[in-house]
Design a protein around this ligand. Structure first.
Ligand SMILES: [Zn+2]
Length: 238
């Protein structure tokens, strides 16, 4: 199984700046064999895993996997072992597609098939499960990196929501008191935010600027009507 997990995962290059620093991990692109093998294992997992379901969906696969042969390996004492080989040729002579099929055949005939876990929700690696419950991450490290990242994301979202509330409250205040100053600079100062932040939030529709508020529009339309009315009255008076 370890050999299979190794075959599934793209090669990683780990470098370390110093002995104490976090390692820098780069991944090579998966090889053609790895792409095919990941495709096979992916659809095997999607099927349940249930090989009957998978073979019904990919009818040619069953035939492709039937070409194996059995070797008899004599042991000391009175016993011999049977070893089944999915392909007669040695692995390196096979084209990538058949190499992938060979690994897949070794997976589905392995009594420990249920211990294959993955792909890991953070790094995408396949792994051997240590417990039945290990379903999401390949390692404790990946699990804690991911949950730390999620906590940061939650805190950011909270802070953003608080800013929106502060900005909206300041907009209400600006409107109620009919300030002379432009609303965005007044709101920015009173909500302790930048004008740039206010503009962006308004463009994204996160806050409602006073001019976009229907009440404000009605009020300004009324003021215009009054002004026109006064002007007309003035002209008539002359
Ligand atoms: Zn991982």
């Amino acid at each position: 199984m370890a050999e299979l997990v190794h075959a599934l995962n793209p090669t990683r290059i780990v470098t370390r700046g110093s002995r104490l620093s976090e390692p820098d991990i780069k991944r090579l692109d998966p090889s053609p064999m790895q792409r095919k093998l990941r495709e096979l294992v992916g659809s095997w997992i999607d099927s349940g895993p249930d090989l009957l379901v998978m073979f019904r969906k990919h009818p040619s696969l069953e035939g492709q996997l039937q070409g194996g042969s059995t070797l008899l390996l004599p042991m000391r004492g009175g016993k011999a072992y049977l070893e089944w080989q999915p392909f007669p040729a040695t692995l390196s002579d096979l084209p990538p597609e058949e190499q992938a099929l060979r690994y897949f055949a070794l997976l589905i005939t392995n009594p420990l098939w249920h211990r294959l876990g993955g792909p890991c929700a953070r790094c995408g690696d396949y792994y051997l499960k240590n417990t039945v419950r290990q379903k999401t991450y390949c390692s404790r490290r990946c699990g804690s990196i991911r949950s730390a990242a999620e906590a940061v994301e939650r805190r950011r979202e909270n802070e953003y929501q608080q800013k929106i509330q502060r900005a909206q409250a300041a907009i209400e205040e600006w409107r109620d008191r009919k300030r002379r100053e432009e609303w965005d600079s007044w709101v920015a100062r009173h909500a302790k935010l930048t004008r740039h932040w206010i503009t962006r939030a308004a463009n994204k529709g996160k806050i409602t600027p006073p001019s976009a508020d229907p009440r404000a529009r009605i009020a300004s339309a009324q003021r215009k009507r009054w002004a026109k009315h006064k002007k007309e009255a003035a002209t008539m008076g002359t």
